[in-house]
Write a protein that binds this ligand. Structure first.
Ligand code: B12
Length: 325
């Protein structure tokens, strides 16, 4: 095990050399340097930047965190926090980073490729593809433009009788697993607004709620994800002690959507009731259901919902990474 601090700080590599060692484009290197002040390359006599072995180790570490779904701004924050406490992370062994694809493949093509790999049970192919997707796209694109259409395609194929339930279970378990990894890749913050997210009572679909959890955690909120089919009394009990600022429930079926009424009525009896937001497929399919739930409909898409939550609770993440494509 080699810590990043063990690498020399002597300036020696040009930006071109560092780019070929790390697979990060020179333009990106300059942008990271400017935006995050994470590197301080020395200057040669001719004023060209010269990077040290430690700079290269830091860049490789940042890239590897990014490939695990962490935004660069959060990875930098993580690094700065731990080095302030005198703790340096372990260096990423050479050979572990895969090259960032320079392809201009649109997300919809990735969604289709993922769909085909999953319906053919090609798990290692799907894992490789998701690694490529994570290296190329931001979280919003990954969840809304790649995972969601892939799942919708699976649902349609199942509805038409083209695939069996076994295939659907395999595909949704795979995507659910990737989302859980992304969720756990973000730090669990304290002293920021606290949101509890779950599927409404009787609701078996949990991926929409899980996606919301990942997206809201990436926005900097403290987020607890409780999975599908959460019983009314248990969530009320949990809220009494945990005191979330907001509860977000999702529903895909009409029955689950209507269960939210009972949930909200009981939550409203708490001493300090949390804000109650909801959304999901059921409310898009039957918009009139929205009026029947005494809470805040967060919107038809996750993008709208994230904006709404930021308005309701106050934005906490000033340092969000820009879209990559
Ligand atoms: C995977 C899956 C399952 C899995 C779920 C596994 C799991 N762990 O989650 C299992 C096998 C359990 C399942 C069960 C059933 N399913 Co199903 N399932 C799906 C499938 C293929 C994907 C669902 C998914 O995760 N989508 C991803 C999400 C992100 O997509 P989305 O909902 O379109 O999201 C958009 C919005 O809804 C919104 N959104 C989503 N969630 C949230 C949350 C909040 C808070 C907000 C604000 C917004 C929001 O954001 C997105 C747009 O940006 C869909 C197909 C589809 N079209 O989605 C069918 C689908 C949802 N299922 C369907 C059905 C019919 C069922 C069953 C009734 C089947 C049965 N006969 O048993 C049961 C329901 C049981 C129950 N009581 O809940 C229908 C729903 C039809 C309806 N409501 O009228 C669909 C559409 C399939 C179809 N084409 O017929 N299913």
């Amino acid at each position: 095990m080699t810590l990043i601090s063990e690498f020399s700080e002597d300036p020696k590599y040009t930006i071109k050399n560092v780019s070929s060692q790390t697979g990060i484009l020179p333009v990106t290197l300059r942008a990271w340097e400017r935006r995050y002040q994470v590197l301080s390359p020395g200057r040669a006599g001719n004023r060209y930047r010269l990077y040290s072995d430690r700079d290269v180790a830091i860049l490789r570490w940042l890239k590897s965190r990014n490939q695990n779904g962490i935004s660069i701004s959060l990875a930098v924050e993580e690094l700065q926090q731990s080095t302030r406490n005198g703790i340096w992370p372990e260096a990423v062994p050479t050979g572990i980073l895969h090259e960032t694809s320079q392809s201009n493949t649109p997300p919809v093509k990735y969604a289709r490729r993922l769909y085909h790999l999953l319906i053919n049970y090609d798990e290692s192919g799907a894992m490789e593809l998701v690694r490529e997707i994570i290296a190329n796209y931001d979280l919003r694109t990954i969840t809304m433009e790649i995972f969601t259409p892939c799942l919708v395609g699976i649902g349609e194929a199942w509805n038409r009788g083209e695939i069996k339930i076994t295939t659907e279970h395999f595909a949704s378990a795979f995507i659910r697993g990737k989302l859980l990894t992304l969720l756990q890749a973000y730090p669990v913050k304290r002293n920021v607004p606290f949101i509890v997210i779950a599927g409404a009572p009787t609701e078996e679909h949990e991926i929409g709620a899980l996606m919301m959890a990942v997206l809201l955690r990436s926005e900097g909120f403290r987020v607890e994800f409780l999975g599908a089919d959460i019983p009314v009394d248990d969530l009320v009990y949990h809220s009494r002690f945990e005191k979330p600022d907001m509860i977000v429930l999702s529903a895909t079926t009409r029955t689950a959507a209507l269960e939210m009424k009972r949930m909200q009525e009981k939550l409203a009896q708490l001493k300090k009731p949390p804000k109650f937001g909801f959304g999901g497929f059921a409310f898009n399919l039957e918009p009139e259901l929205r009026e029947q739930i005494p809470g805040i409909f967060l919107g038809e898409t996750m993008e709208i919902a994230i904006k709404k939550v930021n308005e309701l609770l106050g934005s906490v993440n000033q340092n969000r990474s820009p879209r990559k494509k």
